[in-house]
Ligand binder design. Structure first.
Ligand code: GTP
Ligand code: MG
Length: 329
């Protein structure tokens, strides 16, 4: 089912953070207790790396260089280190590369790390943020170039656009709010993929409690099928919503789906990963209504990978819904 592994093996997922933004996301995922994948921190700053939390850390050297030199040198160094990256990914069924584009480290190294992951035949996903436009046009142009490079070098590319988040959060939002919201989006998107890919197997082995507990799947749900969609090559957008109160699941789903729809190109999504996470005390009410809502948003034919997860951590009465809408290019 998953590469060379047998169908009874839980797929190996590796999530690698590159640069400050990417590694902050990894550290938060670890702090939030998101179990399942192997985490890797990759950066050039030894002090920053010493504060990072993954089991595996990889330091790339650069020192005493001017900002204009850094990007090029870093790319060259990354290329020289490609073998290390490949070794790091050996045996991974899925590699998820996380970076905030617009700086030097993540932007320069991520495309080469992606090449390494593709070469070891892992399903390769990049989950990145694009910087805010204001005042920093150069950063945005550079980030656009890196997005284009990544698109050529990964199977599935997920881009969170900080500009879109800024519009949603309104005028009073400061950059820190936008970054926090972007990080949260990446975290929830990656978590949904992990849950959907590996929970079925955990559930079958009756050790789902290692990560949480899963309640429902849609009929014909198959992690292998999701892996195929992710491998077919394309783009995906992430939408998130949270709500409490009477119609919380539907409200949270509406917000998550409508965020996906603001990204026009995904109106014709071929698949949607729809994940509900909630505390023990919340009840998931109407799965069919939820699925209908997703079909109405996209199309009748859209393939929905639905998971409903009860997490150990106390979520109070709140429900989170994450939607990832993807399509081939
Ligand atoms: N998602 C996220 N983005 C951030 C954060 N802080 C800054 N950014 C944005 O991410 C871009 C890249 O910043 P970093 O992640 O620090 O870049 P880097 O890859 O570490 O490279 P350096 O230029 O060496 O710092 C910046 O231009 C900001 O737009 C954050 O906390 N989270
Ligand atoms: Mg940095």
């Amino acid at each position: 089912m998953f590469g060379h592994r047998t169908s009874s093996t839980i797929p190996n997922v590796k999530v690698v953070g590159i640069g400050s933004g990417g590694n902050l996301v990894i550290n938060q995922m670890i702090s939030q207790g998101i179990k399942g994948p192997d985490y890797i921190n990759l950066d050039t700053n030894p002090h920053f790396l010493s504060l990072c939390r993954a089991q595996q850390k990889l330091k790339m050297f650069h020192g005493g260089l001017s900002p204009t030199e850094i990007s090029q040198i870093m790319e060259e160094t990354a290329r020289e280190n490609k073998e290390h990256f490949s070794k790091m990914f050996k045996g991974a069924d899925v590699v998820i590369i996380v970076a905030a584009l617009g700086g030097n480290v993540g932007s320069s190294i991520a495309p080469i790390v992606a090449e390494a992951a593709m070469e070891v035949d892992s399903v390769t996903i990049a989950a990145v943020t694009k910087p805010l436009t204001f005042g920093l046009k150069d950063r945005l142009i550079m980030a656009e170039e890196r997005v284009a490079q990544l698109k050529e070098r990964v199977h599935t590319l997920m881009v969170v656009q900080n500009d879109v988040l800024q519009e949603k959060l309104g005028k009073t939002a400061v950059p820190a709010d936008i970054f926090r919201s972007g990080d949260e989006m990446l975290i929830r998107g990656i978590q949904s993929i992990i849950l959907t890919l590996i929970f079925e197997e955990h559930r079958r082995r009756k050790n789902a409690a290692a990560i949480g507990e899963i309640k429902h799947f849609t009929r014909n749900y198959s992690p292998a099928e999701l892996k195929n969609f992710l491998k077919q090559g394309g783009t995906a957008v992430i939408g998130t919503g949270s709500a409490s109160g009477k119609r919380k699941t539907l409200e949270a789903a509406k917000t998550a789906l409508s965020h996906c729809l603001t990204e026009q190109q995904n109106r014709n999504a071929e698949y949607v990963i729809l994940n509900v996470t909630r505390g023990k005390e919340s009840h998931l009410l109407d799965v069919n209504t939820l699925l209908k809502m997703a079909r109405r948003a996209f199309s009748k034919e859209v393939k929905i990978f639905f998971t409903d997860t009860i997490l150990d951590k106390d979520m109070g009465g709140e429900v989170n819904v994450t939607a990832i809408a993807g399509k081939r290019d």
